[in-house]
Design a protein around this ligand. Sequence first.
Ligand SMILES: Cc1cc2nc3c(=O)[nH]c(=O)nc-3n(C[C@H](O)[C@H](O)[C@H](O)COP(=O)(O)OP(=O)(O)OC[C@H]3O[C@@H](n4cnc5c(N)ncnc54)[C@H](O)[C@@H]3O)c2cc1C
Ligand code: SF4
Length: 425
Amino acid sequence: VCGLVCFHPCETRCRRGQLDEAIAIRELKRYAAEHGGNLWKKRAVTAPATGKKVAVVGSGPAGLTAAYYLAKLGHSLTVFESQSEPGGMLRMAIPEYRLPRDVLEAEIKYIEDLGVEINTNTEIHYVESLFQQGYEAVFVAIGAQHDVKMGIDGEESHKFIDRLAFLRDVNMGREVSLGGRVAVIGGGHAAIDVARTARRLGCKEVTIIYRRTRNDMPAGSEEIEEALAEGIKILELTMPLKVVHENGDLRIECIRMKPGPIDSSGRRKPEPLTGSEFTLVSDNVIASIGQRLMVSDQFDLPMGRGDFIKVNRDTLATPKKGVFAGGDAVTGPASVIEAISHGRQAAISIDKYLGGNGIIDEALSLLEGEFTPLEEAEEKRRPQAPTLPLKQRLRGFGQVELGYNEGMAVEEAGRCLRCDLEEDN
Ligand SMILES: Cc1cc2nc3c(=O)[nH]c(=O)nc-3n(C[C@H](O)[C@H](O)[C@H](O)COP(=O)(O)OP(=O)(O)OC[C@H]3O[C@@H](n4cnc5c(N)ncnc54)[C@H](O)[C@@H]3O)c2cc1C
Ligand code: SF4
């Protein structure tokens, strides 16, 4: 999964980036995962059963990761998931053209094969009920399942579609009714996913409306380029003011923005350009401006910044004894790798809470052969992985990024400066 969808924060730290271009770490991990067979499983060990029962609420990357490591430590794990299928946003939000479902299924199956029981269609409202059922610790990893509303007039129209519900319906193969023209509001990864999904459903005119400049969009530049190549328009420096439902159309009243002084995010704060109002006509609007958490009062957990669950940042423990929380429910909408990292930390903390040593690390492969750091690296950029031809993309949800072949993977791995060897010397 990470080899396909990780935002690869490690690449921004790669030293090769100071020379020419960071190593394509995600792409190489994908290659290893796709071609390494089950080699890594050979050295994986599972501890004998401890007899301790742990409940995980939510089967997104945070919950599944915690369940995986805790099961390997010998605990008995049950994951409770309110949806009909496990995976959280990996299944319900991330489109199939970026994350083929057989990859996700295989990884979830591996976790289940360790003995983790996943109970779908089971929403938990009350953490105390889990302790009453004999669970000794609970990890709350319920994500942030609700769209942030724009707070503009017209948002209540049935043609103003809920983004997460839209992606969930498409990903679950349910019928979705969209007109030929769709406006997507927002500039993040999710906005790009919504727009590209709408194109694949046959919408002819898909326009992303973003209040800052294109360069300020939180979405990655590659995704933006792919979206443009697929015929999606980006209306930058534009802010919707209200939406009027008129004769079957949605009239989106917008105003142009101009970049103002630098704000706390380090970007120039957009300011309305007086007198620049205009109207965009569309069949549907999908706002993609953020996610929030709605947690049942019965969970009885204190909320922190941004109305997300408050935890001890080091241990992920909540003030409630035996209850830990992590992932988007704690950080706010973030990333798969941050959720996984919380899942790992929760496993460490819960194991210690249950009397274990909290050691989850294991070496799954040994260094093969001799390596020497490059004496002098010539300037050379990473090879570009092939992508699905444009014509084929819009016919369905086929995977777009096709990954490295062996030659490309070897070439790219050869650019690595082996900084770890230098540190060892
Ligand atoms: C459209 C979109 C695209 C994204 N693309 C990427 C990407 O390419 N790369 C990346 O790194 N990140 C991406 N993200 C972000 C990433 O998916 C999330 O940060 C990550 O999934 C959070 O993991 P989580 O386990 O905390 O929560 P989630 O993945 O949200 O999982 C939480 C689970 O808990 C379940 N749940 C909630 N309440 C209850 C309850 N009371 N009882 C039982 N179950 C419950 C939910 O149904 C859900 O299955 C994307 C997000 C979106 C919306
Ligand atoms: S070891 Fe290789 S991948 Fe890691 S920072 Fe150095 S050059 Fe980049």
